[in-house]
Design a protein around this ligand. Sequence first.
Ligand code: DGY
Length: 325
Amino acid sequence: MAAQPRVLLTTPWPTRAVEAMREHFEVDIHDGPLPMPEAKWLDAVQEYDAIAPTVIDQIPAAAYHGAQNRTKILGNFGVGYNHIDMAAANAGGVVVSNTPGVLTDATADQAVGLMLAVARGISLGDWKIRAGQWKGWNPTDSLGTHVTGATLGIIGFGRIGQAMAKRCHFGFDMPVVFHNRSKIDPALAQALGAKQLDSMDDVLSAADFVSLHCPGGGGNRHLMNADRFKAMKPSAFLINTARGDIVDEAALVHALKSGELAGAGLDVFEDEPRVHPELPKLLNCVLNPHLGSATESTRTDMGLMVFRNLLAFFNGQPLPNAVTQ
Ligand code: DGY
């Protein structure tokens, strides 16, 4: 019997996805410090046919030298791949796959949750009770911002942006405006109660809530900067479940402190797991530790998707989710 391909997972995975992998591959799971140290990466690319990284991995340049290494494929556990140097992977002949689609709903749900939490004081209210600070109901206690009927601005109208539009338009009667690099079919936008505007600043100035759903890295780094915060209404909120580097965190802190912005709901940060030290001190923001796709079923589906891509690769078939960039 031919030896099974050797696969390394750089972090632990949900059990069912690991079991599926183990039916076809010899699987090891890195159980040391995270992210997986560079020295381990350098050994791993000589020992494994495939490596399955995640968003937290810092992949060394040598991992992309497909001709010299045993590792010919990186099966990314996640849809975002800004932590992978695609130019180097393409040049070095290393194939990359990702997990689009399976985390769309979970991430849009989380964005809605953050929007409600920050606008309606849900996490602050929870903290008040736990801290024994609740003195009882009164008509002016903990007043938040009305969400139903407010205008939602979406930056990046891919799968997750569209799922956010659907929830907010049909669930909360929100008019939705959006910015997207390419033109979206107006019929598709209309079916989601959404309208594409000419510029990003048009969206920022119209919206009561701005939700980010574009990829991180490259030209999107610090897309939301001091000037963009100034373009938003002072009563508006920023929601980010996409990537931390899209937001200039220092500029965001300034906008939240100075009253240029009403609040923010953040699931992702510029330099994870480090969070700008001022953010936890601000009561007008809600902070989550990168939970967008964090449901048991979603994370299992992500693992199974990595598995199907590796299986196709080792069977010489086209990858269902190859990253082609
Ligand atoms: C994704 O899939 O991109 C999530 O942010 C986890 O990496």
